[in-house]
Design a protein. Structure first.
Length: 258
């Protein structure tokens, strides 16, 4: 997916989320984010999108103004739909005036802010729509190609140099001596090999021999790896090799899920 496709998909996913949460009880707990209520979830999704709007729209190479400019979402659930769709529309508008090489800060260490944030805002809303589904008792569906793209975002973000350097607990847990994990989607093109080294996790596309290989539908892979569904609740996933190595990986994919 290119930058415009990520932004377009993020808007579509946000529209669906907005329909789901419209007028719902703000105090509903979110089981996949145990410290959150539905109000916290809505506030987070819209808040991230507004931060991205400021970063990209104002072409910020210092993120301080975007962090300082955060405002809470509306407390009235009747206003959630308009607020969320408005936040997504602001992201789309911000991206209309930049190119992929426009300098914009990003935390990954790759200095690719404009495409980085398009990918991130898409991946964020896909995962948090799964949180809303869990909170509201709704089925979660995502086209396989979009699930692959959201999983690619999650894996790239979690294995980035910026994340490794800024989250010591993650680095300590993932430090290794060459252990390999393969994640393979069976319903859309998506195949990754992650190798745990002493100074980082190396992520490669294309698969290969691994200590553990996890294969199955892309949406199941996404939900399990992002800790939105327990491995035992995803029977369509096939785990071959060192299951404990994969479980260790999932146990530390706790960026948002607590």
């Amino acid at each position: 997916m290119d930058t415009s496709a990520y932004v377009r998909a993020a808007v579509e996913q946000t529209d669906t989320l907005a329909d789901w949460v419209d007028g719902k009880d703000a105090a509903i707990p979110v089981p996949t984010c145990p410290e959150w209520t539905l109000a916290d979830l809505v506030d987070h999704v819209g808040g991230v999108q507004r931060m991205v709007t400021m970063l990209v729209g104002d072409r910020l190479i210092d993120p301080t103004p975007a962090f300082a400019g955060a405002v809470p979402g509306p407390t009235d659930p009747a206003e959630w739909r308009a607020w969320l769709t408005g936040c997504a529309a602001e992201v789309r508008q911000a991206y209309s005036s930049v190119s992929d090489d426009t300098p914009v800060w990003d935390p990954s260490g790759a200095a690719a802010g404009v495409p980085f944030w398009a990918r991130r805002v898409f991946g964020e809303v896909c995962v948090h729509r799964a949180d809303a589904a869990a909170a509201l008792g709704l089925p979660y569906e995502l086209a396989p190609d979009l699930a692959v793209a959201a999983l690619a975002d999650w894996l790239a973000t979690m294995t980035s140099r910026g994340y490794w350097d800024n989250v010591p607990r993650f680095a300590e847990a993932m430090r290794g001596d060459g252990q390999t994990l393969r994640f393979r989607a069976t319903d859309a093109p998506g195949d990754w090999l992650a190798r745990r080294e002493q100074d980082g996790v190396v992520l490669e596309q294309g698969g290969g021999e691994a200590d553990v290989t996890v294969s199955g539908p892309a949406t199941d892979l996404l939900l399990v790896i992002t800790r939105r569904r327990a491995l035992d609740a995803a029977p369509a996933l096939d785990v071959q090799g060192d299951r404990a190595l994969f479980e260790h990986w999932v146990d530390h994919m706790d960026w948002v899920a607590g």
